[in-house]
Design a protein around this ligand. Sequence first.
Ligand code: C5P
Length: 242
Amino acid sequence: MDASKPIIALDFQEIDQLNEFLNQFSEPLNVKIGMELYYTTGTQMVEALQNRGHDIFLDLKLHDIPNTVKWAMKTLAKQGVAMLNVHAMGGQAMMEAARQGIEKGTGEGAKRPVLLAVTQLTSTSPEQLKNEQLVEATMAESVNHLAKLTQQAQLDGVVCSPLEAKAIKEKFGEDFLTVTPGIRLTKGQDDQKRTATPYEAALNGCDYIVVGRPITQAKDPVAAYQAIKAEWQKGLAENALF
Ligand code: C5P
């Protein structure tokens, strides 16, 4: 997947809306499909997007016993998607199994999909961590610990906030990927609280940015995409100078 382009989160409920959106673009895109769309449209949608030249981050966040995740990942890797993910909460053995499954499912000569882990969901509050998960550690400690397990399982990186990316890179190394949603051109637009601009995200060392509503809900989605891409690339170029 070409890291110089943002990944567009295709969070559409209707296929017609999705097609109307995609038909406006004449270039190959990086796109993210979540479970809503995948469970409705399945492998057909993956194939259709690939036939249009788009690279896919299949955001299904697997979490089950290691054996089940291994074979599920093998099947998903066979579909030729570029990026897949699991919940780090499934444990190190499950993440290792996911990686083995992906390796088995990747065709001869094909590029292995990037495999990421989600640490703590951004929807989980510190109260839930304590009262529901019975975790006494702080949110930051828990996120750090789960990122460490991810690295030990030899996954490629984590999904995290653009504001956490720098610290994660410092702790886990430059090669450990950070894929970051919560990207906004201006602050305070919607429910995302801890946001960064594409430019700031690049300077923070994020490897990929995931952008949904600022593009999908824009009056002119192509113009919004180009503006976000330009900001991202400006930051990447500046980062490369240091
Ligand atoms: O519309 P928006 O730019 O907020 O979309 C961001 C995308 O990234 C959505 O698909 C959302 O589910 C996903 N995501 C997120 N925060 C996380 C993990 C995933 O916003 N921690």
